[in-house]
Ligand binder design. Sequence first.
Ligand SMILES: *[C@@H]1O[C@H](CO)[C@@H](O)[C@H](O)[C@H]1NC(C)=O
Ligand SMILES: *[C@@H]1O[C@H](CO)[C@@H](O)[C@H](O)[C@H]1NC(C)=O
Ligand SMILES: CC(=O)N[C@H]1CO[C@H](CO)[C@@H](O)[C@@H]1O
Length: 416
Amino acid sequence: MFLSWLALLFSILGAVTAVDICSDYPKPDPCLPGGEWDPVLNSCSGYDGRSCFQCYSGQFCKTREDTLTCQLSSTGGNPLVIAQFWLLNSTQEPCSTTLAHYRPAYQNPPGVPLPPLEDAIRKLHAISQNVDTSGRQLIGGFGATMMLHATVAALSEMILKNCTSNCPPVVDVMAQPPYYDNYPYIVGIVQTARWNTSADPTSPYTIEILTYPNNPNGVRRNPLVKNPNHVIRDMVYYWPMYTDIDTTISEPIMIFSSSKHEGLAGTRFGWGLYQDSVLAQNVAQVVNVLTLGLSVDVQLRVLASIQAIIGEKLNPSGLLPFHEAGRTVMESRFAKLSEVLTCATLTNYPSSSHGAYAWVQCKEGLKCLDVFASVNIIAEDGALFGSTSQYVRLSMLLPDAEFEILIDKVKALCSS
Ligand SMILES: *[C@@H]1O[C@H](CO)[C@@H](O)[C@H](O)[C@H]1NC(C)=O
Ligand SMILES: *[C@@H]1O[C@H](CO)[C@@H](O)[C@H](O)[C@H]1NC(C)=O
Ligand SMILES: CC(=O)N[C@H]1CO[C@H](CO)[C@@H](O)[C@@H]1O
């Protein structure tokens, strides 16, 4: 038992030590177009980095299976379409030998990003004009998910501490439906808060999470909770790839992620901007309890990719090339989907035509999930998002090869 475990360990070590993680980054060849060969994983990487793209099989994942019968899951929010940028622009891949140098010490102070990373993030917001970061403290963590968790924990505790009489045991946290289906679980692990979709928005003991623009339907909504200090804005999609940036926003609490912006979902980095410096400290404290400090390696990787993005000249359109490339892909995807999706309604993005998800409405009385299942598309039931089963969410973030299959399946669905 022990020996075979050891043999396995050595075979893994043997495979790994032969690889230089900075020069052996994934390469487009020899997998199918849009796929990648990963020398570290020793495989063609498809959807999850270990297997073929969905609906492909065989040597080098090059065999495309039957369009109607193969199963294609268009669920989740893995931003592979944004990550493609790093694969095809390999001179800008986010790794270099200088950045790979070993840095042993814990980082202090906790929660506050390395100064060059903080500068780069503020510059990125300034160039993108999506957010005014002035007068806001920047706190980092492992992804927007951790930032939300830490913010709900710190804010709910502060709200309860402020209370002097008739105090509730916990603070209610709500979001307007349809909402991101992970919120109830994030709030569920905070002791001083509870998820309550029928919370009273006029109560001083209610926090609202406002996803802006919204996931799943892309709409930009106003909060129901009027005290802006009790509204947590999840703004991970407020970038030019996903929506029109026509307003520079400066709200008291705003959260972003490297996953949805740089496409570096697996790197796990997110940041929050806080007007109240006491709240910022408390959020940093929660992050510190959970992590003992931010990962220095992660921050260097994020720094390298943000520097690559903001190091380029703006296009004539006024967008950074990275943003414009992402926007062009998302727009062409929405155009393709709207063209073939004639048997159902694309209800999101009424004023624009791009975004991370398609929020689709089926005919009255139909369970939309079943409609898509009839051509073996696995979608996500609208009921999961606090809406009804007349809707589904489809991911628009699939890799190119899978998105093409999604389109072919929808075409078959609507022409039958
Ligand atoms: C606590 O109360 C003070 C004074 O009314 C107020 O300024 C502050 O915003 C409150 N904090 C929270 C988190 O509600
Ligand atoms: C949610 O909030 C409402 C309004 O305050 C309250 O009546 C209800 O009991 C709460 N629900 C839960 C499950 O706590
Ligand atoms: C696939 C991809 O995103 N390629 C981009 C590489 O970078 C240039 C600009 O630097 C873009 O124009 C390409 O679209």
